[in-house]
Design a protein around this ligand. Structure first.
Ligand code: KDO
Length: 335
């Protein structure tokens, strides 16, 4: 029966009458709740994109429920929570995945990814398939999309007049906060510093009290987390063009219809693209903002940093876990 406007009006009137005269109908088929936990703030561009693009796109059959500032699950424990059925989504890092699957450290290595576009090319290339399959089969997590976190730089609480960072040697003795997992600690050492493991939500206070000398994050994070209030300089090392993955519970995925799965995948991809463009624009705009706030932003000897960091990785146990040919393929995709 084709629903014409007249029939629609009658039906609507009839429905209104029925509802008002009888107990409320049972809610439409229950929607699946998609809890996301992230250490990021609500105003971080990845959070904004997921809430603004992903949530609405899946709202026909799912309730997107974000939890910010690691308020639901501690940073670094999200993947295990998803595997255990205590969480449905996270903004995962390759460093966290490397604690389960050492080969993921190839995506954490300094100066490997060259740009946001390079990250997308790698994530969508066949080279990524075995990595994605292993995470699904062994952890019960589906990696839906790659998100651009930004170019990480060294951000110190001392003025440049006290510590001028030209080469890795200039970071000797610097107590540099890095996130907890081993791959992050390795990166801190490869930069020439003494890394201190610490959760993201503790970094501002640690910088303010001087319990660490500095931290590394992209400019949008330095602004969003207000690290610029408690630091004096940023050596633009761009030592890691950093990424995250939209991680999704495989158990929930398997209960969705094919159409719903396609909607979830497109929603995550579209949200990642929206967040990527917003983050790239912020990286451009925030240099001036940070200089106005009195920070000294400058370029160190990038060739010295790049050659030192890459040599550290190639000589490392991390590189021993990298499957044959993967680094060559990643480099090809970045040309
Ligand atoms: C951080 O703790 O410095 C880090 O940048 C690591 C990333 O992998 C990611 O967890 C990020 O924090 C959070 O999303 C907060 O921006």
């Amino acid at each position: 029966m084709k629903l014409t406007r007249r029939k629609f009006n009658l039906s609507a009137a009839a429905l209104t009458c029925m509802i008002s005269a009888a107990p409320l109908f049972a809610q439409a088929e229950d929607k699946v709740t998609l809890r996301l936990s992230t250490p990021a703030s609500e105003t971080d561009q990845r959070s904004v994109a997921l809430a603004g693009v992903f949530g609405p796109a899946v709202s026909g059959f799912a309730n997107y429920e974000p939890h910010y500032n690691a308020s639901l699950i501690a940073q670094g424990s999200e993947l295990e929570a998803i595997a255990n059925g205590d969480l449905e989504m996270s903004i995962a890092s390759a460093q966290e995945l490397a604690t389960f699957f050492p080969e993921f450290s190839i995506f954490t290595a300094g100066y490997v990814h060259q740009s946001a576009e390079h990250q997308v090319a790698v994530f969508n290339d066949a080279v990524m398939d075995p990595f994605k399959k292993k995470v699904e089969d062994e952890l019960g997590v589906k990696l839906l999309a790659v998100m651009y976190l930004g170019k990480r730089h060294v951000n110190l609480r001392f003025p440049r007049s006290e510590r001028d960072v030209k080469t890795p040697a200039d970071l000797a003795g610097v107590n540099l906060r890095m996130p907890g997992s081993d791959a992050w600690q390795f990166l801190g050492r490869a930069l020439g510093a003494n890394p201190t493991p610490m959760a993201f939500t503790e970094v501002y206070t640690a910088l303010q009290t001087g319990s660490v000398d500095g931290q590394d994050n992209p400019l949008p994070t330095v602004v969003d987390a207000k690290f610029y209030e408690v630091t004096k300089q940023i050596a633009l090392t761009q030592h890691l063009v950093d990424l995250n993955y939209v991680a999704f519970s495989k158990a929930v995925w398997d209960k969705l219809s094919e159409e719903q799965q396609a909607t979830v995948l497109k929603a995550a991809t579209d949200a990642a693209e929206a967040g990527r463009q917003a983050q790239l624009k912020k990286e451009e705009d925030l240099v001036a903002f940070l200089k106005e706030k009195g920070l000294d932003l400058y370029e160190p000897d990038l060739a010295a940093f790049r050659s030192h960091v890459q040599a550290e990785y190639l000589a490392s146990d991390l590189a021993a876990a990298w499957p044959e040919g993967v680094l060559d393929r990643i480099n090809e995709l970045g040309e």
